[in-house]
Design a binder for this molecule. Structure first.
Ligand code: ATP
Ligand code: MN
Length: 428
């Protein structure tokens, strides 16, 4: 039995009246009307009405279950149906695969299923046009990110995810047996991407990273996708500029190129206004103080503080110049050494990205490691590279899953990840 199709449904139209086509897809609906049966057939590009007549063909579709896979050789004709501008009169029908009922979820979304049931049947959930739209948006977002960064002279790289030493401290790392050695799953490409600036100047990576955090929130996963850049000869304000224009570009790109996906999701994506507000940490704790949330310089901003700041600054804004002691050992200090050349990109309460200028003097890094209770000896592989002509550099990491949640106006990152991993979920 042949299994190929000549056309995707999305490429058909009423102007092709009289043309023979072979289409294939999933049966969304079946209605018997006297001597005719009307099939609604969907493939990934669109949906069409199929008119079935004649005893042989009617027998083929008689007990056909919804979501079964069929291949239809037929003729395009005008349609009188309200929802269709054309239809296909079936000559031959092949049933390629039968869906076994009851299905675990209603893939059309008419009967709403909870997120857990949907994730347990994720492959089927993708036949829901709302779910499919999320992942088409995600694809287009990645396309635009790769294009934007490439145009800015960044080279895409892949750094290891299996690492031999607990690079940034050790908390939150998944460990695994690597033959007879101890290994870990990378929680970020931080050290590698910094090293790469001395050979390649501007690099980016898009990859999964792993955090062994028992967080039960709508913004944390144990496996998440990060977009990371690192650039030689740039200060933190330069890479903030890149991040801002990247976010604006993505919104503009999907606003223009993903019309039907926005319709499926019932949302309107609008390019955000730039420049984004820039709020220093010191200004932020002053603003919070006025709201009755007293903080001392050096206190970290907790969820409750970020929620309040999010109310004061809806949309995108940068939180900059954090106290140095709140930042990792590789972050560069400002002229006032209690402050750091660092920033977070926020969307309301939600942190989307962290970045900053990095130290490039290995003596300073060693001192900071000691200050933070880390052992410089464990970083010697990394620090060696700083004697080979390490340029001053800056970078950031942007959580793709959180960005997609903002873009799709969905709260839970699990919705925008195909097979999310969290402390409770390891299957499917
Ligand atoms: P948070 O404080 O929200 O847990 P973080 O400050 O620990 O985040 P970073 O180490 O700064 O995270 O990582 C850079 C970006 O990667 C974050 O701003 C976020 O967008 C994303 N990210 C980090 N951890 C996770 C996670 N567990 N799940 C989803 N995205 C994450
Ligand atoms: Mn952060």
């Amino acid at each position: 039995m042949d299994i190929q199709k000549t056309h995707n449904i999305g490429t058909l139209g009423p102007s092709m009246k009289g043309q023979k086509v072979t289409v294939a897809g999933w049966v969304e609906d079946l209605r018997e009307l006297g001597k005719l049966t009307f099939l609604t057939l969907r493939d990934v590009t669109g949906v069409s009405q199929i008119v079935v007549a004649g005893p042989d063909n009617l027998a083929q579709v008689k007990d056909l279950t919804r979501q079964s896979v069929v291949r239809i050789l037929g003729t395009v004709q005008e349609s009188k149906a309200r929802d269709f501008t054309f239809e296909i009169k079936a000559d031959t029908i092949d049933v390629l695969s039968r869906a076994v009922h009851p299905l675990p979820i209603d893939p059309l979304g008419r009967l709403e299923s909870g997120i857990d049931n949907r994730l347990n049947a994720r492959a089927l959930d993708l036949r829901n046009q709302k779910t499919a739209a999320i992942f088409k948006l995600r694809h287009n977002t990645l396309l635009c990110i790769r294009k934007t960064l490439t145009d800015l002279g960044f080279l895409e790289v892949n750094t290891p995810k299996i690492i031999g030493s607990a690079s940034e401290g050790g908390a939150n790392l998944f460990s695994l047996k690597y033959f007879d050695k101890q290994a870990y799953l990378a929680q970020s490409p931080q050290l590698y991407k910094e090293q790469l600036t001395l050979g390649l100047e501007r690099i980016f990576e898009i990859s999964s990273f792993y955090r062994a955090e028992k967080s039960h929130t709508v913004r944390h996963l144990t496996e998440f996708t990060s977009i990371d850049i690192e650039a030689a000869f740039m200060d933190y304000t330069d890479v903030m500029q890149i991040l801002e224009s990247l976010v604006v570009n993505v919104f503009e790109y999907v606003e223009k190129n993903c019309i039907s996906e926005q319709k499926s999701l019932g949302i309107e994506i609008k390019k955000p206004k730039a420049p984004f507000d820039r709020v220093t940490y010191t200004q932020a704790i002053e603003e919070l103080g006025k709201q009755g949330l007293e903080l001392q310089f050096g206190d970290d901003l907790l969820d409750s503080h970020l929620r309040k700041l999010g109310e004061l600054h809806p949309g995108f804004y940068f939180l900059t110049d954090w106290p140095l002691k709140l930042k990792p050992f590789y972050i560069h200090e400002k002229d006032d050494p209690s402050l750091s050349k660092s920033f977070d990109l926020q969307y309301g309460y939600l942190e989307l990205s962290s970045g900053g200028r990095r130290l490039h003097d290995p003596q300073k890094i060693r001192a900071r490691l000691v200050e933070q209770g880390l052992n410089p000896a464990q970083f010697e592989d990394h620090l060696r590279a700083f004697d080979w002509g390490m340029p001053p550099h800056s970078g950031w990491g942007l959580g793709l899953d959180r960005l997609m949640a903002v873009l799709t106006q969905i709260d839970n990152v699990r919705e925008v990840v195909l097979y999310p991993r969290d402390p409770e979920r390891l299957f499917p």
